[in-house]
Structures are given as structure tokens and as C-alpha cells.
Design a protein around this ligand. Structure first.
Ligand code: XIL
Length: 371
């Protein structure tokens, strides 16, 4: 029996026993063979991919890992407004073009991330009045979507617009664009993107909805209210992107989560997991136990998520721990008190498969085939 066949059986056995309860995910022998995540996803009519950056493409080992595991790519930051237009009117598509060319050369789909996000607005926008701001946003959305017209399958048009804690009656985030242009700038961005590329699917993308906590529940209510309002107004929204930055240590209830996904699907939207990773700061330092716990959470989350037929893609926010944004320590909750490095993604620093890889593989193998 070949190694490949033995590995496939081992993974299948792992998939068979790794049911939705918190079963330990089988430890992955280093370098075990086995079909890549993209192939497993495609066998079910799903897409699997990852966020990548152009600097990763110059690393031969990473480039071949991306090609082995991904059928879909998204730019970690090269397509964000602040990167695309550092000075007003000075549009710079070249770096993201490298990524788009790589994906197209290797037959990979692309997500566009993200046209309007309060954390990636160019600094010069702050000096404009409302009229000039609206014009700048309109030109940015139109020029960007037109530049990659036909290449981007789904655009994250607006990212993270819900923030109940900001105290507005509509639970929208008090962003500079919202303060200056009002909530209608959200609908405007979607209409502009649709006009620029009528074939692109347009997504609203957000985070923090996944767990069985008051905070997540409130965010789910806010996201649903936003989606319903946009759809009632005839805004071309086709996809809900759920970032799925999972928090180890926070409760996850499959039934509750599936109920939310069913409500979204009932609106006629498809759903994409857009930024999957695990913040393991609350887990013990011991690597084996930490990896197993993170993998078990991912398996439970994906088993519940992929049971919803409207879910069509799973994108990890990176492939290897070494590139994870969690290690940047931007957010206080990402910082481990013991000073050890976070392990949020399916591959370790040496690009070896971790138990989280087996968890994703098992969930994809167990997922129902999409029509
Ligand atoms: C992050 C990138 O991963 C970092 O490299 C960058 O410094 C900041 O942005 N939600 C999002 C992503 O939608 O765009 C963010 O990506 C992570 C949170």
C-alpha cells in the first residue's frame, strides 16, 4: 500500500471519527501526503483558499504550498484602498496585479478585499469635505473594480460596518465615511461596484459573529439588520462574508450558528468563510495540546458551517503561522501572556501540516456536496 493510500485511509478514519462533538483531531505526522485542501473542497463543489501577499510568492516553498493547497486567493492587503491610492489620484495596481496574474496563471479564483473598510482608508481622505469624500470613494470603487473586471469572482465591497457598541440606533460603526456621508455610502459602494462589474458577486464582510456569546449574538443581529435593509432597498448584495477569526476558549454552539446561517441563506445570499484562523492566546503554551484544541474548534466550526448548503467557500487568513496577522500583536487579545508565538493557521513555520490542516481536510471530506 502506498504512503499516499495509507495517508488517505488515515485521514478518512480521522474524518469518520472526528464528528461534530469535541473529538480529538488526529495528530498529523510531519509531511504526510494526502490531497490538498483545494482538491478536497472542489470534490464537494466548494472552494478553499487563503490570504496571500506578493512577498510570499517569491518564496519557492510557500509558492508551491499555495499551489498545492489553494484554489482561491485573496490579497492580504495589496487591494486595500490605502495601498491602492496612497496619494489622491495616484492609483497603484501593480503589486496586486502580480497576485492576480499568479492566480490566473495557476487557474485559481480570486476574492477582492476590500473596497471600503475604516481601517484602510487613505490618510488624505481625512482632509476632504463630504462632497469630495463621496467623489473620492466613487472613483476609487469604480476604478478598482473596473481594473480587475472579470478577474475577481467576489468583492468584499464593505468590511466591518457593524459595531453595536458605537451606540447608533442602526448599530452601524461610526467610521469617517459614515460620519461624513451617512449610512447611504454603504449602498452606494455596492451599486458602484455592480455597475463597474455586473458579473462580480458582491459581499458584505464582517467578524465576531461566530461564538455563543452576548457580543457575537448582538453582532449577528446587527449584521442581519444591515443585510435586510440593503436587500429591501434593492442593493445588489449577493454574499455574506464571515471572517471566522475564531477565539479559542470562547463557547461555540453549532445549533445557534447554523440557525444564523439559515437566516442569511433565507435572504437569498450565499455565504463564504473569508478569514479563518484561531486566536490561541487563551490556550496553554504546550504546542501539541494547543494545536489539538485549536484544530478541534476549527473542526466543530466547519462541520456546523459546511452543513449549510449556502456556504460556498472557506478561506484561511494565511496558510502558515509565520505569516499570521495574529503574530503582529495589533490587537491586545492576540498577545499571549507567556510570550510564546501564536499558532493560528493550518501550517507551521516550516510549512508542515498541523492538526488544524487535518481538521479542515476532515470537515471538507465530510461536507455535503454542493448542487
Ligand atoms: C489585516 C492584515 O492581515 C494585516 O497584515 C494588516 O496589517 C491589517 O489587516 N479583518 C480584515 C483584514 O478584514 O483585512 C485584516 O487583515 C484582519 C482583520
Amino acid at each position: 500500500m502506498t504512503l499516499r493510500r495509507r495517508a488517505a485511509l488515515a485521514l478518512a478514519a480521522g474524518a469518520a471519527t472526528g464528528c461534530a462533538t469535541a473529538q480529538p483531531v488526529p495528530a498529523m505526522p510531519v509531511g504526510i501526503d494526502g490531497a490538498g485542501l483545494h482538491q478536497r473542497a472542489a470534490a464537494k463543489g466548494l472552494a478553499f483558499g487563503a490570504a496571500v501577499s506578493t512577498r510570499q510568492l517569491v518564496d519557492p516553498a510557500m509558492e508551491s504550498l499555495i499551489r498545492a493547497e489553494c484554489g482561491l486567493l485573496v490579497a492580504e492587503y495589496e487591494m486595500k484602498w490605502a495601498e491602492l491610492e496612497p496619494q489622491a489620484g495616484d492609483r497603484r495596481f501593480r503589486r496586486a496585479d502580480i497576485l492576480v496574474a499568479f492566480a490566473r496563471r495557476h487557474g485559481m479564483a480570486l476574492r477582492g478585499h476590500t473596497l471600503v473598510w475604516h481601517e484602510s482608508e487613505p490618510a488624505w481622505l481625512g482632509g476632504l469635505d463630504a462632497r469630495a469624500t463621496a467623489a473620492a470613494m466613487a472613483v476609487h470603487v469604480d476604478a478598482t473594480v473596473r481594473h480587475w473586471r472579470g478577474a475577481i469572482g467576489t468583492w468584499d465591497v464593505v468590511n466591518e460596518a457593524v459595531a453595536p457598541e458605537d451606540g447608533r440606533p442602526d448599530w452601524l460603526r461610526r467610521t469617517p465615511l459614515l460620519e461624513r456621508l451617512g449610512p447611504d455610502h454603504i449602498a452606494l459602494a455596492f451599486h458602484l461596484a455592480h455597475t463597474a462589474d455586473p458579473a462580480a458577486r458582491l459581499a458584505y464582510n464582517d467578524f465576531g459573529c461566530e461564538h455563543a456569546t452576548f457580543w457575537s449574538r448582538r453582532r449577528r443581529v446587527g449584521v442581519l439588520a444591515l443585510l435586510r435593509g440593503l436587500l429591501r432597498a434593492g442593493v445588489p448584495v449577493h454574499v455574506l462574508g464571515m471572517q471566522a477569526h475564531l477565539q479559542a476558549g470562547q463557547p461555540f454552539e453549532a445549533r445557534e450558528w447554523r440557525g444564523f446561517l439559515a437566516e442569511v441563506a433565507a435572504l437569498g445570499l450565499t455565504i463564504e468563510v473569508t478569514e479563518l484562523d484561531v486566536n490561541d492566546a487563551a490556550l496553554p503554551a504546550a504546542v501539541a495540546a494547543r494545536d489539538q484544541a485549536a484544530a478541534a474548534l476549527v473542526r466543530r466550526f466547519l462541520d456546523a458551517t459546511l452543513a449549510e448548503p449556502a456556504v460556498r467557500a472557506v478561506v484561511a487568513w494565511g496558510l502558515s503561522d509565520r505569516d499570521s496577522w495574529v503574530r503582529q500583536g495589533r490587537l491586545p487579545e492576540h498577545r499571549r501572556r507567556d510570550g510564546t508565538q501564536a499558532r493560528p493557521l493550518p501550517f507551521d513555520e516550516a510549512l508542515r501540516r498541523k492538526p488544524m490542516w487535518a481538521a479542515i481536510a476532515g470537515a471538507l471530506d465530510a461536507a455535503p456536496v454542493r448542487g
